[in-house]
Write a protein that binds this ligand. Structure first.
Ligand code: AP5
Ligand code: ZN
Ligand code: ZN
Length: 213
């Protein structure tokens, strides 16, 4: 399947992605994870992206379209994929359509993680991530077995630099202004499935499975 996950910061896209990936054997491409890796490695891309990310603004369309274009060439992404955090602007959605058209394919489904803004601050400020895998935890909702340590590798967990209440405001503004139109774009094509992302993680997983089965 060729899937897009869309929703505000903290809505659960990164939490559900690995489960969907394991079950449907797809490739998982998260532009946020790829950009954070580039920033950490101080690559030219990372240097260009850092300022916008720290402020909670979107990185330029050209940069992220370039990343996705490159990543989609992976053999594992030929039969299907999950895009997490992309497209985030209507321009990005149009570019993706062009990219897929050239390969003779198209998007199958857009999962919309619908959730009220008021719930997101607690989710964001309590999040801890394992940077190299992108796995995320939450001090209250999904605590690791040992505080501050990744369950799988035993490596330390960190907090994202943009996971503050202050930066969240800008990220939410970017979502409402620039990304909500993407949901309308795919609604017109009849591709959007709405999920109640306020439910506990397992119930959201069940909703996802229902939509995809
Ligand atoms: P990105 O990394 O994509 O961040 P985001 O969209 O803000 O999304 P998050 O990762 O914050 O949320 P999530 O939905 O994955 O939540 P999670 O599952 O972890 O982007 C970061 C930045 O990169 C952007 O600001 C921008 O600058 C740049 N960028 C990236 N892509 C771009 C693009 N296409 N164009 C331009 N710029 C781009 O869950 C959050 C927390 O809640 C976790 O702790 C989790 O354990 C917990 N949780 C999850 N689900 C539940 C639940 N159901 N109940 C209770 N707790 C839950
Ligand atoms: Zn995420
Ligand atoms: Zn809105």
């Amino acid at each position: 399947k060729r899937l897009i996950l869309v929703g505000p910061p903290g809505s659960g896209k990164g939490t559900q992605s690995p489960i969907i990936k394991d079950e449907y054997c797809l490739c998982h491409l998260a532009t946020g994870d790829m950009l954070r890796a580039a920033v950490a490695a101080k690559t030219p891309l990372g240097v260009k992206a850092k300022e916008a990310m720290d402020k909670g603004e979107l990185v330029s369309d050209d940069l992220v379209v370039g990343i996705i274009d490159e990543a989609m060439k992976k053999p594992s992404c030929q039969k299907g994929f999950i895009l997490d955090g992309f497209p985030r602007t209507v321009v990005q959605a149009q570019k993706l359509d062009e990219m897929l058209e050239k390969k003779g394919t198209k998007v199958d489904k857009v999962l919309n993680f619908a959730i009220d803004d008021s719930i997101l601050e607690e989710r964001i400020t309590g999040r801890w991530i394992h940077p190299s895998s992108g796995r995320s935890y939450h001090t209250k909702f999904a605590p690791p077995k040992v505080l501050g340590v990744d369950d799988v590798t035993g490596e330390p967990l960190i907090q994202r630099k943009d996971d503050t209440a202050e930066v969240l405001k800008s990220r939410l503004e970017a979502f409402h202004k620039q990304t909500e139109p993407v949901i309308d774009y795919y609604s017109k094509k009849g591709l959007v499935a709405n999920l109640d992302a306020e439910k506990p993680p397992k119930e959201v997983t069940a909703e996802v499975q229902k939509v995809l089965s």
